[in-house]
Design a protein around this ligand. Sequence first.
Ligand SMILES: NC(=O)c1ccc[n+]([C@@H]2O[C@H](COP(=O)([O-])OP(=O)(O)OC[C@H]3O[C@@H](n4cnc5c(N)ncnc54)[C@H](OP(=O)(O)O)[C@@H]3O)[C@@H](O)[C@H]2O)c1
Ligand SMILES: [Zn+2]
Ligand SMILES: [Zn+2]
Length: 352
Amino acid sequence: MYNAKAYSVASATSPFTSSTIARREPTEHDVQIEILFCGVCHSDLHQARNEWSGVMPTVYPCVPGHEIVGRVAKVGSAVTKFKPGDLAAVGCLVDSDGTCPECQAGLEQFCANSTLTYNFPDKHLGGVTYGGYSDSIVVTERFALRVPESLDLAAAAPLLCAGITTYSPLRHWGVTKGKKAGIVGLGGLGHMGVKFAHALGAHTVVFTTSESKREDALRLGADEVVLSKNADEMAKHAGSFDFILDAVSADHDINAYIALLRRDGNLTIVGAPEKPLPVSAFSLIFGRRSLSGSPIGGLAETQEMLDFCGRHNITSDVEVIPIQKVKEAYERLLKSDVKYRFSIDMASLKSE
Ligand SMILES: NC(=O)c1ccc[n+]([C@@H]2O[C@H](COP(=O)([O-])OP(=O)(O)OC[C@H]3O[C@@H](n4cnc5c(N)ncnc54)[C@H](OP(=O)(O)O)[C@@H]3O)[C@@H](O)[C@H]2O)c1
Ligand SMILES: [Zn+2]
Ligand SMILES: [Zn+2]
């Protein structure tokens, strides 16, 4: 074991403080990564504040962060994919059994024995896993991803959650040229969804509650932008979408979006609001529409997404912050005031 620096919260209402956490010494299949940047996902906020207490109660102290990019510092003797000095990334998963049908299919996100990057039982050290608001992390090499050298690292970090969480359902539901795709909520996930839907060739429509984001949505790749509070603007799109991705973090009316799907259209929820969302049976029945959810993505698809980003020069639009500003960043996230992802420069942790 060795000590790593981290930023943690001690309770749902405590502020973040600088602390020391235990990390394991890399075993033969592990890589130790010096973290350079970590994105701030709204899930970090939900978890730090125990907003998912019914499904995934938070164990304190909690160190969030699952959009991790860094450099390999050490490798175990059996590691073949990485050597010290290589770029490496870690997303929302740090382990899985590797043997179940889901893992065999490359869908580790559905493995019953997977380990999330934070707030999940740590099989090596006991207690829970600690995430990327830290100066280093140790993961088995299977869960470390390659980052295309051409990408800006601060802006690449959010690909590890916001990127894969939007890329995976867009691919799964066949969003491509000739399809009409909607993205609801222009936040960290939503803005990546727009970039991907556009790059995949779909006619892309953004739904936002923020009038001030209209121009940005067009710049990010949207063909049209709808202010969702405006009923007339919404009505113009009734029954027309093949696919809608809902990336909203708070309570909202999803029936208004289901009504915009065409026959056999699908709405996939990736946003994870604290409270259940009521669904009208009729909005699904008429038009044989379907409603789905989607969690992150498997390792192979995450690597595919990173490589796709390398080829298309896609990264997140980031505001780089020192870790000391994470509290302020959370407050701004709650006001939908980020363009469009905070990325923590981990060099700022050195001064703590
Ligand atoms: N499924 C998964 O695997 C997965 C992975 C990562 C994150 N998530 C979840 O996805 C959600 C979004 O995460 P994020 O990091 O992208 O969050 P974010 O950056 O805070 O973006 C959320 C966006 O939702 C919209 N919004 C916020 N409050 C709203 C309200 N009251 N009514 C309508 N729209 C509202 C805003 O967009 P506009 O200003 O454009 O309206 C906001 O920018 C979170 O719940 C997060 O936990 C799920
Ligand atoms: Zn996330
Ligand atoms: Zn498995």
